[in-house]
Design a binder for this molecule. Structure first.
Ligand code: HEM
Length: 452
């Protein structure tokens, strides 16, 4: 054995021993619900299988609504089924509304040396930031719906034309087209259209950033949950830093431009709404400060957070329509009957498009694009369904389990939009309320109102 191999062997043994001891010490005295057996160091990661939500369904059956696993180095509790997830997400003390300090959140926080929005911890500053972000989004989704409606309609019409041009004679992949479409819409929603050259360039950069960022933060991403990997593959963390910097550069450039061209009488887009919102809170000034940098950085979160979820949901929708042509025909017939061919679909048509809505909901249910929500973190010792979950535990809300709960849905494995509709063609409201693809509780998706 060469000297180098021997040194490497000693170093890795020391490394593994160090983290094993750390893990044992971390878990000592902590109380967790029972769960499946895992391995030291990597925990349950090797057992997730090809489709982790299906594996978690089996564990749910064996260990009940609240069970423990280890997500790499992190003690983790998984909460399953509507009742338990709702109780945990809406815990009166917000016990489970925190976020773990995974590597990706650390990298995001480094930028301004304070917590950020979507991946940051729960605090009064977070609440203030969320409140302002929701207000800014609502301005264009409820009060001035026309802005977003016009934007989406124009993009959708151009998109449909381009699909016909490209794919009517030969097949092709539409994944990239759909992803770019969604980024184009989100970008204009946040910043307006601006110069064509910047627009095209920025859209491409954001699209790539989102794709790459998801590889770092997807459920069970090794780098995120095995913090010691940063010493073994430090270039991966640097790559994440560089990636984030690219997205940020666009956001800061836009913020600068918005400051320069701003007019208080005409709030043009979400960026205008954010840069004019009052970060300071006179009443709570002593308790916390929401800095201007942190507030402006909300835009970077909005820029990335909705692109992947929305485009993948659309792609699933297209896939299901391809798989079930008779359902596609029925959607088409409904749109034809309710709206006709002389105008485009508008938001106000939504209540009359019962079947079409049911199809969208059914896709969101059966797929569950973010199966375990974003990871939550327990900020105090608390209980879920009477079981102890101690402070500093990662908490996963298994949204997939809610959408596939047999007692509620009967036949959750089947794609059956009719499950949402009564004989008189009205919507079954309480079923609609069990489709929780945007999460629930205080950390639920802030973009939800822009999707509904
Ligand atoms: C079909 C589309 C979408 C789905 C399925 C979806 C789903 C989710 C889910 C499950 C969460 C985690 C909730 C939790 O932590 O409990 C989330 C968080 C978030 N989403 Fe979405 N989302 C979508 C679109 C969007 C859009 C369009 C935006 C922005 C305009 C957005 C912005 C965010 C932000 C900022 C958060 C973090 C909220 C926080 O930590 O308080 N999402 N989303």
């Amino acid at each position: 054995m060469s000297v180098v191999t021997t040194v490497l062997l000693i170093l890795s043994t020391a490394f593994i021993t160090f983290f094993f001891i750390k893990w044992v010490l971390q878990s000592k005295g902590k109380r967790y619900p029972k769960g499946p057996m895992g391995l030291p160091i990597v925990g349950h990661l090797p057992f997730f299988g090809r489709h982790p939500p299906s594996t978690f369904m089996k564990w749910w059956e064996s260990y009940g609504n609240v069970f423990s696993i280890r997500l790499g180095s992190w003690n983790t509790v998984v909460v399953n089924g509507y009742k338990a997830v709702k109780a945990a997400a809406e815990h009166p003390n917000d016990a489970f509304s925190g976020r773990p300090k995974f590597i990706s959140s650390e990298v995001l926080a480094e930028r301004i040396h304070e917590d950020v929005f979507a991946f940051g911890n729960f605090s009064p500053v977070y609440l203030k930031q969320r409140n302002l972000a929701s207000k800014a989004l609502r301005l264009f989704t409820s009060k001035r719906k026309d802005v977003i409606e016009e934007l989406v309609t124009n993009e959708a019409v151009a998109f449909a034309d381009s699909l016909v041009r490209k794919f009517s004679t030969s097949p092709g992949h539409i994944e990239l087209e759909v992803q770019i479409l969604v980024v184009r819409i989100i970008y204009q929603f946040l910043y307006g259209r601006g110069e064509q050259v910047d627009f095209d360039r920025h859209v491409k950069i954001i699209y790539r950033e989102v794709e790459e960022f998801n590889k770092f933060t997807g459920s069970g991403s090794a780098l995120d949950v095995l913090p010691w990997l940063r010493y073994i593959i430090p270039w991966k963390v640097d790559a994440l830093r560089k990636l984030t910097a690219k997205g940020d550069a666009i956001m800061w450039e836009q913020v600068q431009k918005h400051y320069e061209t701003f007019s208080a009488d005409h709030i043009r887009d979400v960026a205008d709404a954010i840069i004019t919102s009052d970060a300071e809170d006179e009443e709570n000034k002593d308790r916390y400060v929401l800095t201007r940098a942190r507030l402006n950085l909300t835009l970077a979160d909005l820029q990335g957070a909705g692109a992947d979820t929305t485009s993948k949901t659309m792609l699933w929708l297209i896939l299901y329509m391809t798989k079930y042509p008779q359902i596609q025909e029925r959607v088409f017939a409904e749109i034809n009957t309710v709206i006709g061919k002389s105008r485009n679909v508008e938001l106000k048509d939504k209540p009359n498009l019962v079947y079409t809505n049911a199809v969208i909901l059914e896709v969101m249910r059966i797929v569950t694009q973010v199966p375990f929500s974003l990871p939550h973190f327990s900020m105090t010792d608390a209980k879920i369904e009477g079981l102890d979950v101690d402070k500093d535990t990662v908490v996963l809300f298994n949204l997939y389990s809610i959408h596939h709960e047999k007692e509620f849905w009967g036949d959750p494995e089947y794609f059956r939009p009719e499950r949402f509709i009564l004989d008189d063609n009205s919507f079954i409201r309480f079923k609609n309320n069990h489709v929780l693809a945007f999460g629930l509780g205080r950390r639920r998706c802030v973009g939800e109102s822009s999707q509904k």
